[in-house]
Design a protein around this ligand. Structure first.
Ligand code: SAM
Length: 316
């Protein structure tokens, strides 16, 4: 469906839970309970209605999507919808080792793993848990069972983990894995402090050997990441710059939160409640169309993090 600014909206991000098994300092997931979560059946019904409005790509996210015991069931239901061509999942990777094969069998065909450091102590400091080895095991398992492509997403914070950029980039040198840097957004007190943001341009100036990739990523991701390559690197480096260089004019996304609310833009408080209309097919479609049509022209981070949902609720 085309929104009121002429953008084709074909990508739905589904946050299946607010709960997370990590507690990243910049994200905002603290002791969230799973109340009012949509069931697998309800998610399937809503995604089907979105598919009828032109959604062809779905990403499962959270909170941490793998804390839901029925995540493979959810994936299976969505991948069976004829017009959904791409089903991706974003995870912190901690529980991935044990379910990578099941996710692949359930139809997940792309995986993003969030990893902000390769240093065990720093990982513990950022996330609150000493489980970096589990993330590595999850990555290895995805390669082993062919749950590909794998992308790593990192948020760098000045003075905290910005020195980790090099070792993260080296992963793309050695493995066929893209490593992407996402600018810190103001969804926590840390993100509110602009001086802590490492911009895409800063990364390019630190690593001048990175050269733009001419065909900028796959159709699925090209609206958000700018990709770079380097001689002898197996993977690419991606920059996602919502703070220093907005890409709203190319935004093709809409977000479903775990409680059934639709959020047309991550940087706006506008939501539409689909749970209220889930038993009325016509109203469900109408409300989705209204949400797409109400998508703001661009995100505004200026009103402060307190006015937004935390990232764990929005799903990144
Ligand atoms: N638990 C999953 C994970 O860790 O990937 C999925 C949810 S998490 C909210 C999705 C992504 O949002 C992660 O890559 C995380 O780094 C990113 N994120 C969280 N807070 C952010 C912020 N303030 N600015 C930029 N990205 C953020």
């Amino acid at each position: 469906m085309i929104d009121s600014y002429g953008r084709k909206i074909n990508y739905l991000r589904v946050s299946v839970t607010k709960k997370c098994n990590l507690n990243c300092s910049y994200c905002g997931a603290q002791n969230e309970s799973p109340e009012n979560e949509l069931s697998a059946e309800q998610i399937e019904k809503i995604v089907k209605a979105f598919a009828q409005c032109g959604i062809t790509k779905v990403r499962l996210t959270g909170g941490e999507p793998l804390v839901r015991k029925d995540i493979c069931d959810i994936a299976k239901r969505i991948s069976k919808i004829d017009t959904i061509k791409k089903l991706a999942l974003t995870t912190n990777g901690v529980l991935l080792k044990d379910c990578a094969k099941d996710l692949k069998d359930a139809g997940v065909n792309a995986i993003n793993i969030s990893l902000d450091t390769t240093d065990r102590e720093l990982f513990k400091q950022i996330t609150g848990r000493d489980v970096l080895h589990k993330v590595y095991e999850g990555i290895d398992e995805c390669e082993k069972v062919g749950l590909l492509p794998i992308r790593l997403n990192a948020v760098l914070i000045k003075g905290q983990n910005d020195n980790e950029a090099e070792s993260l980039i080296n992963i793309a040198k050695e493995r066929d894995i893209d490593v992407r840097f996402i600018e810190l957004m103001p969804f926590s007190r840390e993100g509110e402090d602009k001086s802590l943001v490492i911009t895409g341009d800063e990364i390019l100036s630190r690593f001048p050997f990175l050269k733009p990739v001419s065909a900028n990523g796959s159709d699925f991701e090209k609206s958000v990441a700018r990709y770079y390559e380097a001689d002898s690197f197996k993977g690419k480096i991606g920059l996602i710059t919502p703070v220093s260089d907005k890409f709203c004019n190319e935004c093709n996304r809409i977000r479903l939160l775990s409680d059934g609310k639709v959020k047309p833009c991550l940087g706006s408080d506008l939501t539409f409640d689909l749970k209220e209309v889930i038993n009325d097919d016509v109203m469900l479609q109408e409300t989705i169309k209204q949400a797409i049509f109400s998508k703001p022209m661009e995100h505004k981070f200026s009103c402060g993090y307190g006015q937004h949902h935390g990232m764990n609720r929005i799903g990144g």
